[in-house]
Design a protein. Sequence first.
Length: 329
Amino acid sequence: MGLPVRLFRRLVLALALALLSGVCVAEPAVAAQPVEAYQAHLVALRELVAACRTNAAACDPAKVGGDDRVPPQGQAPGFDVHWSWLWDTILKAKDPKSPDRDALLRDADARLADQAREAGIASGPAPAIQPDFQHARSDADRILAGSEFRKVTGSGLWDLLMAKFFAWLNRVFGGVSALGQRAPWIGPVIMYGFLLLAFSGLLVWVLRVLDRQRLAVRLESSAAVANWQEASRNWAQLAEAAAAHCDWREAVHALYWASVTELEGRRIWRQNNARTPREYLRLLSPDAPQHKPLRALTQLLERIWYGVAPARHEDYAAALAVYQQLRSA
């Protein structure tokens, strides 16, 4: 029992020593430096920002250097100056295509100017950086090597003709302008003349469109009438075929629908295959010339097709006469 107690005490003691050593160990402070060194560092940093604004290749975050420790001055206590923000700004400014590059460098220069003013350095514009001639020359050569400078030729025949044409237009409109100053009434005459021509052209176009529409309606109506007449003839042919086989009931039925189709083609009523023969008859006015023949044919159809009366050749002959009468009515 004694051995475990001693081990437990040793572990507790070791843990306490480790905690005390962690509490007592402090981070190493930035070494203090003279105020002049801090001021020189500020000037160098402003030059670095100015060079970075002129040339993206000069944006080297390593040139920012370490943090500064400004010693106490009089009643003012000392303080640390950290440059991690400037290091990040210079790193972002290395990309010349960055959209906020100029804004970042402008803000950085303004912040450095404020710090320089607080450090006792006379305020003024950012130090000018003389452009590197070789770098400027390389940029000019790169621009001149572009595709837009490879095929530079003199003015051709087409260019000369176009130049003469535009010069002629300039003389014409210049003469018109001078003439308008001498005779002010010419301007309104030309303006209203163009308006009249435009209105006339629009009117002609509208009339031509209306003529085409009327022609299309006539052609469509003619085609519809031809279709109705063809359908009526088909029913009549079915009636003839049924009469040839002495099927008088079917022949009368076909002649009835041949007559109805003939009247539909004349726009007497609209097509509706759901109507009964009596409904077709009621659609006709009693004063219409087709009313009496259609009534006789309807009564004949009802007696033979819907009734029990047998159909005979005389019934077919009567239905055929009514059909021919309706066609000529």
